[in-house]
Design a protein around this ligand. Structure first.
Ligand SMILES: [Zn+2]
Length: 454
């Protein structure tokens, strides 16, 4: 499917003078500063669409985004890599299409909510008139960002700004369930390859301080199951090599490793995203009986599951050795398997991180744009969990995780998720600065020359 611009399509049906007056009216409306309540009501409309997993109303969200794109004269297309899971791709063409483009990514789905534990229903988008807080599932993660991109473009268009580089916006499905049918397929598609993307912006986390947070990489999930077997026996008998004893020895070893990593965080020597976290997520053992478990029998099998997260700098081979030799050694009748094992490296074998120094012009421009918007950044971090940004970094592309929410408690996936209206509006100005800076960046000829010298 190709892009289609709807900008002038209605004009051919009307006399020239009428068309001109319509255009003048549109221009006038666009340049007048918008009432914040109008901007906020668009945010509330998007929040009110129930896109909670496992049954997100994706088409309703698609319709809303497409209508916003139309009002902004952005080109739009809906891609369905998997039926029923639309991905909306918008395009603001730059005047020099040969330059690498900018991709602003956001996901349309949200996690489920326990409605009865919320003060205001999670899809009401209730705006508290005293505090200015807007309560909704997705207000932080991450419908705010998706709409802020669009609002920033609305302001840039109204100011007469024209991008040199093409700006794309992708509204992807399924991030909350792993992104396999969304961002993963998109990043792997011909459509994406033709976009010639130079930099990707994706989600970050709120900051309780005045400073925004930015993320340049993320930890890779390894979901490990260790299994122990041993001779079954009477519950009263003391003997070696039972499945339970073998598993407990492993759990103790893993716990010591966990404590050592956690100590580094507690001592302030490392950030949460810089250590290997290990958390036990299930224990499965015992022989069931009608009233619970058989109490006088030592079972022949036992297993435990662990959620492990590795920072991009971790030595994968040494952790693999540790698992095979200490956590689930064959000498103790133990085996292990991975339910998920994402590499810390990109497809070129390099750690999948985005440089956050002067070697990466997109980072330098990002910092510059933040300053221009009168905002400040914390030291860039590794994202402690996973986002769709990994599918772009895997391809060797720079990707920055950023959600402009300062002075905000972290309530992603929590009850009563909210974003303050002033933080939301300020975030629009920040994106206006970032998009303007990125879209007008022309690589200086001198940069090419110096690169050739190297
Ligand atoms: Zn998210």
């Amino acid at each position: 499917m190709s892009f289609c611009s709807g900008r002038y399509e209605s004009c051919q049906y009307y006399p020239y003078s009428l068309c001109l007056s319509v255009l003048l009216l549109v221009t006038f409306t666009a340049t007048a500063a918008e009432d914040p309540s109008t901007i906020l009501s668009r945010f509330q409309q998007y929040l009110q669409i129930n896109t909670a997993q496992p049954q997100p109303h994706y088409y309703e969200a698609a319709e809303f985004i497409t209508s916003q794109a139309k009002s902004l004269s952005l080109e739009s297309q809906t891609l369905e890599f998997v039926k029923g899971k639309p991905l909306i791709l918008l395009k603001w063409p730059g005047s020099d299409p040969a330059l690498p483009s900018i991709l602003l990514n956001s996901h349309t789905d949200v996690v489920p909510s326990e409605h009865h534990k919320w003060t205001h229903p999670p899809f009401s988008a209730h705006l508290d008139s005293t505090t200015g807080n807007i309560f909704a599932r997705g207000s932080q993660d991450m419908k705010c960002v998706g709409l802020q991109y669009l609002e920033a473009i609305r302001k840039l268009k109204a100011s007469g700004f024209r991008p040199l580089r093409t700006v794309y916006l992708s509204f992807v499905p399924d991030e909350e369930i792993g992104g396999n049918d969304g961002a993963a397929k998109f990043a792997d598609s011909d459509v994406f390859a033709k976009m010639n993307v130079g930099i990707v912006l994706d989600e970050g986390l709120p900051s309780p301080t005045d400073n925004y947070r930015a993320f340049y990489g993320e930890r890779s999930p390894w979901w490990l199951v260790v299994k122990a077997v041993g001779a079954p026996g009477h519950g009263a008998k003391l003997y070696d090599n039972t499945a339970m004893e073998n598993l407990l020895k492993s759990i103790e070893t893993i716990r010591r490793f966990r404590a050592a990593q956690f100590d580094l965080v507690k001592a302030g020597l490392k950030a949460e995203g810089e250590v290997i976290s290990v958390n036990m997520v299930f224990l499965k053992a015992g022989t069931p009986s009608p009233s619970g478990f058989v109490m006088n029998l030592q079972p022949s099998e036992a297993q435990a599951g662990f959620d492990i997260r590795l920072p991009p700098t971790a030595d994968q081979a040494s952790l693999e050795r540790r698992i095979a030799e200490e956590w689930a050694p064959a000498s103790r009748n133990m085996t292990f398997e991975f339910k998920q094992k994402v590499s810390v490296n990109d497809k070129f074998g390099r750690p999948a991180v985005t440089a956050v120094d002067s070697s990466n012009i997109w980072w330098a421009l990002f910092e510059e744009a933040i300053i221009k918007a009168n905002a400040k950044l914390e030291k860039p971090e590794i994202f402690p969990a996973s986002t769709d940004a990994r599918y772009f970094r895997e391809r060797g592309l720079p990707a920055i995780g950023f959600s402009p929410m300062a002075n905000t408690p972290i309530l992603l996936h929590d009850h009563n998720e909210f974003l303050n209206k002033d933080e939301y509006l300020k975030g629009i100005d920040v994106y206006e600065s970032i998009i303007e800076t990125y879209a007008s960046y022309v690589q200086h000829p001198r940069d090419n020359a110096s690169r050739e010298e190297l």
